[in-house]
Design a protein around this ligand. Structure first.
Ligand code: NAP
Ligand code: G4F
Length: 385
């Protein structure tokens, strides 16, 4: 019998990669998607199977983490061997705008799954993964952060995830559930949501190079993150659930980088050298040189001259807009993944340069398509992410 996995948040970045990974391993994957007025399954459409086919290994259910009866019914019907709880309102800045919704989905949503497992008497049958986060460390108590570093959440998102973390530990200790937390540091990819900083940069850079946009407005350039690739991180989720005993693990690369440096590296990848001047709201990132050969190889010869003539008039392609600042910021995240290295045998394959090249290559392709549409007379929207 094939193993069955149930994934909440299957339409998200991690849900999509994990589904692909588990199907390749021979799993039958069930996923919970939200009803929306427009289809929101872009990231998993390539896996879609006609519901009329008899033996499917990919099945979607309508549902929502705010609806306990729905969650309980789906778990009862699927009877999964493994549950990956990835569903969440996952944007830190947005959580300040929708704090109650975030607490309900990200915090109580986790409780709803744990309670369903308990009430359905499935604790000896099912293993559960909780998508915990390095945001729990917030105002960090030590650098680097390990499984033993105390938490100090700095946003409604992190507070909701703090509850989810501890309720997972509590159900493990109180009822003997095989429930584990993966404390994952930031992980990105070509299918990362467009409003997270990495994707905002790689999309914005591609649009600037192709003349679809003049500049990028950014928030805090000095914060530091430990960035990895989502393709590596979903493997850690799987490994955590294959352990005989449930436990909590830090998943990180062990390298931290400023947002400013992420920008510099991304632009350099297509041959544009940026220099940053000024402070805080007055800081700008300006083009000081262009490597023609690299730009032509990555973008095109046609766009090189146009780009150069544009930056002659205004070389400052990065400006700061304090509207993107958060009421309370997490200044530095740096994870120590030693436990995961040793116990799970997990090691990331991608470094930051590999991540950036994957994302920029993919966004350049996407934006070239936008440019063809523009040339064909279609209306191209401006994005303010
Ligand atoms: P993501 O791309 O934002 O995906 C979130 C998923 O949750 C989407 O499928 C979304 O559905 C779904 N969702 C949102 N609200 C829901 C609700 N009320 N009920 C059911 N589903 C809901 O996030 P991700 O980057 O893949 O991250 C996966 C998980 O890991 C999240 O829990 C996140 O908080 C956590 N995490 C992420 C990172 C990271 O760096 N990526 C690091 C640590 C922890 P729609 O598509 O309909 O919006
Ligand atoms: O990309 P971000 O929005 O990610 P953040 O806040 O670190 O959260 C992500 O990682 C967490 C793991 O640590 C996850 F739990 C969470 O679900 C999410 O996936 O911002 C990264 C940094 C922040 O310090 C932010 O202030 O980049 C800074 N930043 C600077 N300018 C910006 C911008 N962030 C965004 N989103 N947009 C900007 O223009």
């Amino acid at each position: 019998m094939a193993k069955k996995a149930l994934i909440t948040g299957i339409t998200g970045q991690d849900g999509a990669y994990l589904t692909e990974f588990l199907i390749k391993k021979g799993y039958v994957v069930h996923g919970i998607k939200r009803r929306s007025s427009l289809l929101n399954t872009d990231r998993i459409d390539h896996l879609y199977q006609d519901p009329h086919i008899e033996k499917r290994d990919f099945i979607l259910h309508y549902g929502d983490l705010s609806d306990s009866m729905n969650i309980t019914r789906i778990i009862q019907e699927c009877r999964p061997d493994e549950i990956y709880n990835l569903g969440a309102m996952s944007h830190v800045k947005v959580s300040f705008d929708v704090p109650e919704y975030t607490a309900n989905t990200d915090g109580i949503g986790t409780l709803r799954i744990l309670e369903a497992i308990r009430l359905l008497d499935m604790k000896d049958h099912v293993r559960m993964y909780q998508a915990s986060t390095s945001e729990l460390y917030g105002l960090v108590r030590e650098v680097p952060q390990t499984e033993n570093t105390p938490f100090y959440p700095r946003s409604p998102y992190a507070c909701a995830k703090l509850y989810a973390y501890w309720i997972t530990v509590n159900y493990r200790e109180a009822y003997g559930l095989h429930a584990s937390n993966g404390i994952l540091f930031n992980h990105e990819s070509p299918i990362r949501g467009e409003t997270f900083v990495s994707r905002k940069i790689t999309r914005g850079l591609s649009r600037i190079a192709l003349g679809l946009q003049d500049r990028l407005y950014m928030g805090n350039l000095s914060s530091k993150r430990d960035w990895g690739h989502a393709k590596d991180y979903i493997k850690a989720m799987y490994l955590i659930l294959q352990q005989e005993k449930p436990d909590d693990y830090v998943i990180a690369t062990g390298v931290t980088t400023e947002v400013r440096e992420f920008l510099r590296k991304s632009f350099a990848y297509i041959g544009i050298e940026l220099v940053f001047k000024g402070k805080e709201e007055n800081e700008t990132g300006c083009v000081v040189s262009v490597d023609d050969k690299i730009f032509i190889e990555k973008v095109s010869k046609e766009h090189l001259e146009k780009f150069k003539s544009r930056i002659k008039k205004d070389p400052c392609v990065i400006k700061v807009d304090s509207g993107y600042y958060r009421p309370t910021e997490v200044d530095i995240l740096l994870g120590d993944p030693s436990k995961a290295n040793e116990k799970l045998g997990w090691k990331p394959q991608y470094d930051l340069d590999g991540l950036i090249s994957d994302m920029v290559d993919s966004d350049l392709l996407l934006m070239k398509r936008e440019n063809y549409l523009r040339i064909g007379g279609y209306n191209i929207l401006n994005y303010f992410e």
